[in-house]
Design a protein around this ligand. Structure first.
Ligand SMILES: [Mg+2]
Length: 502
């Protein structure tokens, strides 16, 4: 099958610069901030407050969790020559040669485990050890709404062997967050006909497990769905929801006349101070959440008191899912959590004159999410007994802003980390992680979701930058290494690149 277009990706020049606060050497692709955690959260050198990436070009949305229902797949049938990423030798072969796997291509998909090591299963021959892994987006790549994309079933027939086990490590990386990890794994297992383990699923907030320094602190948590269960699963044992805070201090929530207290409650002094804020996903009743989060930040965690001056730096804030917009059943995009963060940042800046800062900002395209994904890939390979290091990652997605931008940003990061000795990898919350073994991350864009190839009249026109404030706008980062019709073609492309049998 002919593979679609590939616009050549070029990394902008980068250099290592000391960060503003720590003096750590931090690659300049990154960050406005302080050390490795901020390195993971942002993609722009420190710049004066108020100086933001602007782009007056006309709007075109690329953000979606389920764009498929809004845009039918158009395919990428226009044949264009596939180009290689600079620095990656054409036809490169890493790891397994083309021997011994010709019989594993299109067999059925037994409902066997995809990720766990089964000691009863014979280990693969050394020449078949995978040295690459897949990071698969879910919405728009594997599923559309609650329906599996047929190409995903074809892809998994290639990805599993005759025993129903994955031939290479695979993780599923989504910006969704209002669901439990094991629920998403069960959903994928049913749709793909292949058992998916919860530790193969990366939700937008999953990397918060790394922030153990906050797990014992009393955290205000914002979002919806199984909020407290998600926070506890991430390691946070002492959380307070916005609704609980509102109940404790009913006079704080005054926008809705119907929800205002009928009587003035007595002031209370038995409330244990909040020590940080978790923003897991978009909440309902934004005015309530914005007001109470601001109250917590401005009062240093004691919203029943009034402070003469707002403390700064403020309490630590961890946030996930920066998607500005997403597509659902409606014809026009819907607000995502990125819009909520934009509101909160703007209000905080306006009220205090200072910038809201994040201790961690995760979900695609954050580097932290890709580091987390690589760690899970490595653990999966270890469980399977694959001794060869996973040196190359292939990230398949449908969204140029999150999937492609994130994979390209991580690729830049890996290149610079190798070049500069990865001094920052051991800092901050990443101390728990091993040094990266991967050398590259290849972005593959599919056309079954939000992305469709530009019409002739649109060529040369760039969409506006919908990325987060802390990420630098760079059009090159939104250009995929490869564009293919669907995930099945993506898997075939990778297997050919790696010299594996289809
Ligand atoms: Mg997607």
């Amino acid at each position: 099958m002919t593979i679609g277009t590939q616009r050549q990706f070029r990394c902008p020049p980068t250099e290592a610069v000391p960060t503003a606060r720590t003096g750590l050497l931090t690659p300049a692709l990154g960050l406005r901030g302080v050390g490795a955690l901020r390195l993971c959260a942002a993609a722009e050198p420190l710049r004066p407050a108020g100086q933001r990436s602007g782009n007056p070009r006309p709007a075109r949305d690329y953000n979606s969790r389920d764009a498929s229902r809004a845009r039918p797949p158009t395919g990428c049938a226009r044949s264009r020559r596939v180009r290689e990423r600079p620095g990656v030798p054409p036809g490169s072969r890493s790891g397994a040669g083309a021997t011994g796997r010709q019989d594993e291509g299109r067999r059925g998909v037994p409902a066997r485990c995809c990720g766990r090591h089964d000691p009863g299963v014979r280990k693969p021959e050394p020449q078949n050890l995978p040295t690459f892994g897949f990071l698969l987006d879910i919405d728009g790549v594997l599923v559309r709404g609650h329906r599996v994309i047929p190409a995903a079933l074809e892809a998994f027939r290639r990805l599993v062997n005759s025993q129903g086990q994955l031939r290479v490590p695979v993780v599923f990386v989504t910006n969704a967050g209002n669901i439990l990890q094991h629920s998403k794994a069960q959903e994928l297992s049913a749709l793909l006909g292949c058992k998916v383990d919860p530790d193969q699923v990366i939700l937008s907030h999953s990397p918060m497990k790394l922030f153990s320094q906050y797990h014992g602190k009393r955290m205000l948590v914002s979002g919806q769905g199984p909020l407290v269960e998600n926070a506890r699963a991430l390691g946070f044992q002492n959380v307070v929801t916005v609704d609980e805070l509102r109940t404790a201090f009913p006079v704080l929530d005054m926008v809705d006349l119907e929800r205002r207290p009928k009587n003035t409650p007595l002031p209370r002094n038995d409330f244990t101070a909040i020590e940080g804020v978790l923003l897991l996903g978009e909440p309902v009743r934004w005015e309530t959440s914005l007001q109470l989060i601001m109250d917590v930040l401005l009062s240093n965690g004691n919203p029943g008191t009034g402070l003469a001056a707002a403390p700064y730096p403020h309490l630590p804030v961890l946030a996930s899912n920066m998607d500005l917009l997403w597509m659902a059943e409606a014809k026009m995009p819907r607000f995502g959590h990125g819009t909520f963060l934009l509101c909160l940042e703007t209000i905080y800046q306006k009220v205090t004159g200072s910038e809201l800062r994040y201790e961690g900002l995760m979900g695609k395209p954050s580097i932290l999410t890709y580091q987390y994904a690589e760690e899970l890939i490595r653990q999966q390979a270890e469980r399977r007994g694959w001794a060869a290091p996973i040196q190359k990652l292939y990230a398949v997605g449908d969204n140029p802003m999150s999937d492609v931008y994130g994979a390209n940003l991580f690729h830049q990061y890996l290149q610079m980390a190798k070049r500069d000795g990865a001094k920052e990898l051991g800092a901050g919350g990443l101390q728990q992680q091993r040094r990266s073994a991967a050398c590259s991350c290849v972005s593959i864009l599919v056309c079954t979701g939000v992305y469709s190839p530009p019409e002739p009249a649109q060529r040369g026109w760039e969409p506006p930058f919908h990325g987060h404030r802390d990420f630098r706008f760079h059009p090159g980062l939104m250009k995929a290494s490869h564009v293919v019709n669907d995930v099945n073609e993506a898997v075939q492309l990778v297997f050919r690149e790696e010299g594996w049998a289809l």
